[in-house]
Structure formats: structure tokens, C-alpha cells
Design a protein around this ligand. Sequence first.
Ligand SMILES: Nc1ncnc2c1ncn2[C@@H]1O[C@H](COP(=O)(O)OP(=O)(O)OP(=O)(O)O)[C@@H](O)[C@H]1O
Length: 412
Amino acid sequence: MVGGAVRDRLLGLPVQDRDWVVVGATPEAMLAAGYTAVGKDFPVFLHPKTHEEYALARTERKTARGYHGFEFRTAPDVTLEQDLQRRDLTINAIAEDETGRLVDPYGGVQDLQAKVLRHVSDAFVEDPVRILRLARFAARFVDFSVAAETLMLMRHMVEQGEVDALVPERVWQELSRGLMEARPSRMFEVLRSCGALVRILPEVDRLWGVPQRAEYHPEVDTGMHLMMVLDMSARLQANLPTRFACLCHDLGKGTTPEELLPRHLGHEARSVDLLRELCQRLRVPNDCRELAEVVAREHGNIHRSGDMRAAALVRLLERCDGLRKPSRFADALLACECDARGRLGLEHDAYAPRPRLLRVLQAVQSVPTAELAEAAVARGLKGPQIAQVIHQARVEAVATLMGEAQELGGGS
Ligand SMILES: Nc1ncnc2c1ncn2[C@@H]1O[C@H](COP(=O)(O)OP(=O)(O)OP(=O)(O)O)[C@@H](O)[C@H]1O
């Protein structure tokens, strides 16, 4: 048994997937023993009963940058030590045999005890995605530090342009997994400290050093605010689209013209443009992109919605497409809560717009649109007029909820 399962068991954590490495076998022998091959060229086989993954011990040889073209040399004479040497981190390069004896030639147990993320060998440079993996593990094992020599090696790899060669799918896979860890900010700290962030996400890297208005943002620096927002999203157990929306909500602050600082007039629209580019570049899934667009565009309005009258609230809901996508709207509100509470000293403040706008949504949902439309058709009204009747009924429902009915003429 090898990798995450051994590591997690030693850490006293629940073991998710067990991976096995097989020494001294050939693909033919595995097939003959009833295992099924996974993929075409990949030396991994599924156990006939448990369906766990058994990988033939392998060494890798790099043929192209960015991992599109590794050769796996698997031969019966490839040893367990050779296989472990090409794993990413020492804590992921511990194996355990059938009797429970640990095989740990690279000091993984010691690094687990010392809480250090350290590369196994010089082979680390063969696959630049290992930099992102390390950053992701830093976000999970929050009290682990990065070994100085590993950080140096990662800096060297970045300077050599290794990270630029990564294919977008692999970058997104690691980033998205890192966003879902306990403290996503640590992934970004590690990526910044080795210089990888500016290569992968220049629009995020740019936010450090950008001032904000101190009366709203005691943490002042935009990058620091962003990190607090992301960690708040983890604390509130937000899903991936919500965490991604948090990551992108203020991108436009990185391109605010100097003369406007520390205010960021118009940053919402600039954020939307930047995040679209980012999503295209990294092939970000649509659900993440769509929510991020709503949050980037509307977060200021949602924060200020406490001052809005019924008609403005309904328009806000319509712009967010909240009726057609109520759960996405709820996610947008959660992202806004993370934004509001991702500020120094305000972490424990209640965020009133979220429950209020959820009630607004409910009130609007309760409007019987089909019946209204039918009645309007019977009165001979046409398309835009029918839409106006429905809109008005929604405004009235919200006005009643907000106690504005009187001002609107008794809610009639
Ligand atoms: N790109 C890589 N370079 C080197 N070793 C890798 C790489 N990807 C995976 N590994 C090795 O394979 C093992 C299993 O990989 P996997 O992606 O399942 O992560 P894991 O360590 O099990 O953590 P997780 O809990 O996130 O699944 C790792 O522990 C590591 O030993």
C-alpha cells in the first residue's frame, strides 16, 4: 500500500482510497491474475473484487514539458525504491507491505512527525504539477511548513519556465482541489512564494500591494482581503463554485487606474472581463464561471441591498437570475457573506443581506405567475404587458414582505 492511504493512516486521519504498488510483475501477469487494465498505456490495474488500484512499480522519463508525454518504464526489475523516488513528497512516498511493515527510504515518517512538506528527489523537476500538488497539501495540512530546499527547487523550476508548460486541465484540477481544502490561502501563499502564482493566475497575483479604502477594509491590502475571503469560504463550508467566485470577485481591483485608488470605481465590470479570460485559459467549468460572473458583477449591490426598495430588490433578483437558478443565487449570497466577513475584525459579524434576500426570493417565488399570465391573456394583454403585470406582482409581494405596502398605495 502506498501514498495517501499510508500517510493518512499514520496521521490518524480516515483513509479514503487505498493505492497499491506492485513489484516484480508484468502487465501480462496482472491480466492473467484477473486484474483489469485502467487506461491504455498506463500501468495501473483494478483488483477483480475490491476494484482498488494496483500500479506496477515504475520509473518515469520525461519526453515533453507539462506532462503530456511521460513514458512509464515498468519492468519486473523496477524496484519499490525506484517507484517511491519519483513520487512528489516524502510524506506521500511511504509504502507498507502485507505485514504492516513500513518501507520508507526517503524519510517520510520523520517529515510527517516534523510536519514538513519536502520533495523526495531531484526527479521532482520532471513534473511541474508537483508544485501545485505541494501547494494544495499545504492548504490541507495547515501546520506543515515547506522545506527550504524544496522551496528553492520550486523557484528554480518556475524560473526555468516549467510551470508555463502545464496543460490547463492539470492546473485547474489542482487549483480546484486546493480551493476545497481547509485553508485555501496557504495554497496561494506557497504559489506566490515560489513565483508560480504570477505565471498561473497573474490576475490574482496582481492584487497584492493594491490598496483599498481603509474604512471598509481594515486589512487594507487587496491580496490579504482575498485570502481572508477564501479562508472564510472554507470555514463556511462553501462548495467549489462559491469558493471560485470568492477567488474572482475582486479581480478588477488589480487594474484600477492609479488616480482612482484607493477607491475602485467600476471594478465589478473589470472583474467580469478578467475572470472570463481566466476561465477560458484554464477551461474552468461553466457552473464555476457563471456563479463567479454573478458575484463579481453584483457583490456591491448585494452588500448595499439593505437600502433598496422592493422594485430594486426584484430587479437585483432578476439580474442574478435568482428565480430560474435559486440555488445558484443562494451560493452567490454565501460568496457575498464570505466577502463581507473576510475582513479584519469583522469575521464574526452577522451578514444581514443573505437571510433577507433569501426571504425576498421566497416572496417572489410565491407569486402565482401562471395564473397571472392566464388572467392577463384573458384581458387581451400582450407579451411585454404580461411581463409587466408579473413584475409588478413580484414587487408588491416583496413590498409586503418589507412593509412597504402602504407607500406603494396599500399594496393593491
Ligand atoms: N504528479 C505526481 N508526481 C509524483 N507523485 C505523484 C503525482 N501524483 C500522484 N503521485 C503519487 O501518487 C499518490 C496518490 O496520488 P493522489 O493524487 O491519489 O493523492 P493522495 O496522496 O492519495 O492524496 P489525496 O488525499 O488528495 O487523494 C500520491 O500520494 C503520490 O505518492
